[in-house]
Design a protein around this ligand. Structure first.
Ligand code: FAD
Length: 346
């Protein structure tokens, strides 16, 4: 295989995953990032195979989860850093109807890998507050975003070129795929919600979905599992928990709000009556799409110019395998999953 030089614009989760796959395959990588990460670094990094709202499995979860685990574990081994943490999610069931859904799914072979068999413990977790009991999710995990981002940045610096700068579109020639007069075989734009300012892809509906997230200290919440009901409560250190996250569609500012904080604390009161202390309040912008599918592929006029975006609320689960598929598409011409193609919008 001829080794290629790939230019990656954006060093969030999407850009990192593409860079890793390029390095693995022996290609030369130049990654440019302006140091204004608004999503990957803020995320709780949770990997949840289920969609609780509809009690369905996440899209392509049977492929994404094993691949993601292997990807993060391999990077941990290579960097000596730790950021992939398996953790059980415990859903506190809110109604008879929801309890019925869980019972139904638990008997369905498609869900077998992801729903822990019900036992006494599920009924007995604070039954006075949770009359409908609880249910546990298997194969769930979280990626500690800060550690992952720092470790992968150092790895890319060592095995490729990492440029801390804002990409200047005036200096890019999409026909030649050259930047600052340097030719590249391909360019992959991974700018997250900033892609609305990208002149080649601005027509694609990458939407900004604001999310607020708290870090709190508490003493009554469980350390070994992540409680979930209207919000998640993720233990990240002794007596320290991430509580998230809000969703405000079509909103692109990263200003923390009193309403966002109060909503999260109100939801948390469904999980504990302890008065917790808020030690951090963060805001990020998810790059989402109207059909909840990522956006990947080549520009219709400039075949060397690609996009990888729209990872939405489940980027940490999907990005590793999607990056592999994007690279196989760019280098070997393998077709992409038909649900992610740009053709659905152009
Ligand atoms: C509050 C919150 C909680 C979340 N929780 C989870 C979760 O639990 N699990 C999960 O899987 N996902 C979660 N997500 C979603 C997840 O963060 C996203 O799916 C994913 O990180 C998006 O990655 P990205 O690389 O596409 O975008 P980003 O992380 O936004 O990265 C884009 C990068 O491009 C760079 N860039 C942009 N324009 C330019 C330019 N012109 N020149 C140079 N660089 C540029 C930026 O500096 C940035 O680093 C959460 C998001 C939020 C906001």
């Amino acid at each position: 295989m001829i080794k290629q030089h790939i230019l990656i614009i954006g060093g969030g989760l999407a850009g990192i995953c593409v860079a890793m796959k390029c390095i693995d395959a022996g290609h030369k990588v130049t990654l440019i990032d302006k140091g204004e990460n608004r999503s990957s670094a803020v995320a709780a990094g949770m990997i949840n195979p289920l969609v609780f709202r509809r009690m369905t499995k996440s899209w392509r979860v049977d492929e994404f989860i094993p691949y993601a685990e292997h990807f993060y574990r391999t990077l941990e081994q290579r960097t000596g850093e730790r950021f992939f943490h398996p953790i059980t999610i415990r859903r506190c069931i809110a109604s008879d109807q929801e309890a019925g859904y869980w019972k139904d799914r638990a008997q369905n072979a498609m869900f077998r890998d992801y729903i822990h068999p019900f036992d006494e413990e599920d009924a007995q977790i604070r039954p006075e507050q949770r009359p409908f009991g609880s249910a546990r999710v298997n194969h769930s995990a979280y990626v500690s975003a800060e550690n992952f981002m720092a470790a992968s940045k150092a790895y890319i610096e060592k095995n490729g070129t990492y440029v801390a700068a804002t990409f200047d579109f005036q200096q890019f020639d999409p026909t030649e795929c050259s930047y600052l007069s340097q030719p590249y075989d391909h360019a992959v734009f991974c700018e997250g919600s900033a892609s609305v300012k990208n002149p080649y892809f601005e027509k694609l509906p990458v939407e900004a979905t604001k999310g607020e997230i708290l870090t709190v200290t508490a003493h009554t919440l469980p350390q070994h599992e992540s409680l979930n009901r209207k919000c998640f409560c993720l233990p990240i250190a002794p007596n320290t928990f991430r509580i998230g996250a809000t969703y405000v569609w079509h909103t692109d500012n990263v200003i923390p709000t009193a309403e966002g904080k109060e909503l999260l604390l109100e939801n948390l009161r469904l999980l504990t009556d302890e008065s917790v202390e808020v030690i951090e309040h963060r805001v990020g912008i998810r790059p989402t799409t109207p059909d909840r599918r990522p956006i990947m592929g080549a520009h219709p006029t400039y075949p060397k110019v690609h996009i990888f975006n729209g990872l939405g609320a489940k980027g940490y689960m999907m990005a590793p395998l999607l990056a592999e598929e994007l690279l196989a598409h760019i280098i070997d011409g393998k077709p992409l999953d038909r649900e992610v193609g740009l053709g659905r919008f152009f």
